[in-house]
Design a protein around this ligand. Structure first.
Ligand code: SF4
Length: 434
């Protein structure tokens, strides 16, 4: 089967391109052209048979991803699968299984079977966990072990692989020289750097990058460059190490595209509001328009318990500035593993951010959605408002708890309902907001 990117370069519109074009309301030719340019990726592995392909990139609706996974004794496969189902119901576009312990193979296989959403993984986690079991320490991981896990996960049907290919020795030296408030917060990045420093070896993903590309090409997996130097606090944002890693990733984007493999780039993290636009512009320039997958970003370090809100603020502005894929952040970020309800809140918050960005970009479907909601508000049509809400489940629950059934009035202003009064005097043809 031809690689999606090569098909696009040869001028062929594939069924996947047609499928995502229909969902996005754009022409198949638009998708083909952007895939050929490397500005859109279509997530789907040729071995993931139940996947519904999802396109991410320039000119498309901003997408969101929810992360689950086995982390020590506090999680089980059944709980994590339940979280995947909650995230899918709440409208996530993709799932990441970031398991670091336990039966990672079974978790991944069950995750792939549980949802038709594209699934992403970070193979280094499993390679480190297996090395720890096999040799007594993750620091003894062999390069072969890492590549065997990458191949195993790709063969299982994983649609996008997060790989820290740009975290080189030079980048680490710069980070050491320049210093940071929070040196490393990327779990994979920190372990990889520990392995590199302990063994005095260059990053195996960088040194053997052609092997990464061979595996990705075999299954048409999208490579998602992870940022090992992701800043862990606002004070470290856009420092030398982060930017140097991004320069390297830009070079690797070019090599990945030349191999016919689709690629996107992952970004921060923690970014002050005033640096969001610069962060996105820099990535877009250095990585030649590759889709940008940002983690949040959080715009303050102080919102523990409410980091989904901090992330939604950062995500909305990032989407407006050009990021196309938002990794969710839950209210439990920094303080614990999220439960199902927190997963749901994280997905909804990320979707609000994505939608706000799409509105600011003037995306027709987003604008139409808001207009429909405004009209339903004017008509005091509660059922329609619930069906149009980004989270209909919560909207309906609050309506029933606080206002009553659909024949009731909204309890917020009661008899002083501005909507009702204005429609009496001005009719329904005037524009007004609630
Ligand atoms: S004006 Fe007040 S009562 Fe009327 S719909 Fe809006 S919030 Fe509810």
């Amino acid at each position: 089967m031809a690689l999606l990117r090569n098909s696009a370069l040869q001028g062929t519109i594939t069924p996947e391109m047609e499928q995502v074009a229909q969902k996005e309301g754009v022409s198949p030719e638009f998708i083909r052209q952007k895939v050929a340019e490397g500005k859109i990726v279509i997530l789907r592995n040729t071995n993931h048979h139940n996947v519904v392909p999802v396109a991410i990139g320039d000119g498309l609706q901003t997408k969101v991803s929810a992360s689950v996974g086995l982390y020590g004794r506090n999680t089980s496969i059944s709980e994590e699968i339940a979280k995947i189902k909650v995230a899918a119901e709440a409208g996530t576009d993709a799932i990441m299984d970031l398991s670091v312990s336990g039966d990672i193979d079974t978790m991944r296989k069950e995750a792939l079977a549980a949802t038709s959403k594209p699934l992403g993984t970070l193979p280094l986690y499993q390679a480190l966990a297996e090395a720890s079991q096999k040799y007594g320490s993750s620091l003894k991981m062999k390069v072969e072990d890492l590549f065997e896990v990458i191949e195993r996960q790709a063969a299982d049907g994983v649609d996008f692989l997060a790989l820290h290919c740009g975290t080189t020795m030079d980048v680490i030296e710069r980070a050491k020289r320049e210093g940071r408030i929070d040196p490393l917060v990327s779990y994979g990045g920190s372990h990889l750097i520990g392995w590199m420093v302990h063994n005095g070896k260059e990053n195996p993903l960088y040194e053997n990058f052609d092997r990464v590309l061979e595996i990705a090409a075999k299954y048409d997996v999208t490579v998602s460059f992870a940022d090992g130097m992701r800043p862990g606090c606002l004070a470290d944002s856009l420092d030398g190490a982060q930017v140097q890693e991004l320069v390297i990733l830009g070079e690797l984007v070019q090599r990945t595209r030349e191999a016919g493999v689709q690629v996107m780039v992952k970004g921060p993290g923690h970014v002050p509001l005033d640096q969001l636009k610069a962060t996105i512009t820099l990535q877009k320039s250095l990585c030649k328009g590759a889709p940008y997958f940002v983690f949040g970003p959080l715009v303050t370090d102080t919102a523990a318990g409410y980091d989904h809100i901090s992330a939604a603020i950062g995500g909305a502005i990032s989407s407006w500035a050009g990021a196309e894929f938002l990794c969710y952040v839950t209210p439990a970020e920094h303080i614990g593993l999220p439960d199902k309800d927190q997963v749901r809140q994280g997905v909804v918050a990320a979707r609000i951010a994505a939608h706000c960005g799409d509105l600011a970009k003037g995306m027709p479907e987003a604008v139409k959605w808001d207009l429909e909601m405004s009209l339903a508000r004017r008509e005091l049509d509660w059922e329609k408002q619930i069906s149009l809400a980004i989270d209909p489940v919560t909207t309906e629950r609050v309506w029933k708890e606080r206002s009553g059934d659909f024949s009731s009035k909204c309890s917020m202003c009661g008899q002083y309902c501005a909507m009702e009064i204005v429609s009496q005097y001005l009719g329904n043809d005037k524009k007004h907001v609630c």
